[in-house]
Design a protein around this ligand. Sequence first.
Ligand SMILES: *[C@@H]1O[C@H](CO)[C@@H](O)[C@H](O)[C@H]1NC(C)=O
Ligand SMILES: *[C@@H]1O[C@H](CO)[C@@H](O)[C@H](O)[C@H]1NC(C)=O
Ligand SMILES: CC(=O)N[C@H]1CO[C@H](CO)[C@@H](O)[C@@H]1O
Length: 382
Amino acid sequence: MLSLFLSLLAPAAVLATPCVEFDSNFNLYVFGLNGKDVGLGAQSTWASPTATALATSGRPPFDGTNTQCFLSQYNNAIYILGADNANPANVYIYDATGNAWSMSTVTTAGVDPSSLVSILDHDTNVFYALSGGNLYQLDYSTITNAATGPTAWEVVEAPNFQTTGYKPVMALAQNHIHFLDVPGNTAGEANIFVIHFSYFQPAVQSYPAASGATFPETHGQTASFFDPNDQVQEQFAFVPDDNSAVYIVNVENNSTIPLTGPTDTTASTFAASAAALVQLTSAGSIYYMPFDQTNPSAAVAWTPITGFANGTATSGSSSSTTAGSAVGTATAAGGGGSSTSASASTANPSAGSARGAATGLRIGRETVFALGAVALAACLFL
Ligand SMILES: *[C@@H]1O[C@H](CO)[C@@H](O)[C@H](O)[C@H]1NC(C)=O
Ligand SMILES: *[C@@H]1O[C@H](CO)[C@@H](O)[C@H](O)[C@H]1NC(C)=O
Ligand SMILES: CC(=O)N[C@H]1CO[C@H](CO)[C@@H](O)[C@@H]1O
């Protein structure tokens, strides 16, 4: 029991997570890396990027353990979930047009912000998240590039597949949420939630590869390729946690194309534009893979983007120390950390609320961590 307890402690110690994301003009941004948010410009400049420091007023502290960034393409806004440990459910909005931050207060309504996995639907501007065995939605259809009044997660329904022990892998294409690595499925299979009809497709969908292997039944990260003309996404990338390959899933013809995986195989998160897949590693390195959506099987090479790390901003000592130590464990949001939190919250929803209450006290990270561990332990021993 002690070793089980300790194994739960280890992932819970995961600290802050930075992220990469694009704006609607496909300029790249890195948020929360070494305590800074930096614009890296368009893909054509990445060989020698001009790093631009972003506005700091109203930015999230990027001390969350489960941070996810999303482009709202219609609004040229980047929505950031889980970037504020003291208010883990709140959504921060970076308005890329006005270089300004705002924050929207969000009621969790049963969602566990420390473990939820989300997507942002392209057309409706509604978030969906799987948390504690339910699919939830957070409606941002009336929110564009600046926060307005409070919003709340709402239960949609429970999936028609087994969620016990499931560490969600969710990908968006054609307004369908694709759930990969669902227990009981085999390689190349996804369960689908059809957003516009709000229902889970009864049958599992197959995405075979015409040549090479389709995507394996394993945990990983996803990113959907945007359409340059603001249409819905039709292809997404799935990268297994070991970064052994990139699988391009095309939902128009139900196929998968395997491509060369990142050269840096450390734990990573990803973002996609219309023409690139960008990797942010747990050490804070950034690489990209050019991608042609009309010729997806073209050979690709991964290239580092360098020369930005210390950007234009001078680093504040406390935030850069915090973020610096955090960067080393960045990916655990999609790796071991969320799995533990997810299964703990599935097993006992009260663990989530205990953790939420602890963070609300604005006490030190170690204390929060200890209380979270107590909550986890409590749910084990109850
Ligand atoms: C993809 O699969 C779906 C569901 O099985 C099917 O309705 C659709 O026709 C398929 N598309 C193509 C192009 O085969
Ligand atoms: C699916 O569409 C993509 C993009 O047009 C194409 O490259 C690929 O060959 C197609 N796959 C199949 C099996 O038709
Ligand atoms: C080249 C350089 O100055 N790199 C520094 C960038 O900032 C980080 C932490 O903020 C330092 O660790 C690097 O040495």
